[in-house]
Design a protein around this ligand. Sequence first.
Ligand code: THU
Length: 132
Amino acid sequence: MTPLKNQLIRAAAKARQFSVSPYSKFKVGAALITNSGEIISGANVESASYGLTCCAERVALFKALTGGKRNFRAIAIVARCEGGPMPCGACRQLLSEYAPLAQVFVADSDHLKRIREFGVSKLLPFAFLDVP
Ligand code: THU
């Protein structure tokens, strides 16, 4: 998993360059990998109407899903912050629904080799998964 981890973190770091974050200036990149090895990346996009902002994780996930991709093995997230960026609650919910088996790798953009790793189910236990 180590070469894959590093490869995915590098893809997230590359995607981060295209962050559209004029308000927070907090650039985040994310990259998903499918079980068949395809990588789909994205970055956060902000709006003057702040609440419309979309996190990098969701941009990558929506790109992947609407490109017909399923069965995700892992997602990497990179931003300039100590220990790497932890996904927000909304992204955890969507990852629980569409990438429940994925590993989540996070890294600080200044230390791409220092990767922390979590399972999606650990990040959001007891997720809401089915509309009754
Ligand atoms: N953000 C992400 O893209 N992913 C995260 O995991 C945390 C937050 C973005 C949203 C917003 O553009 C900026 O970071 C500040 O919250």
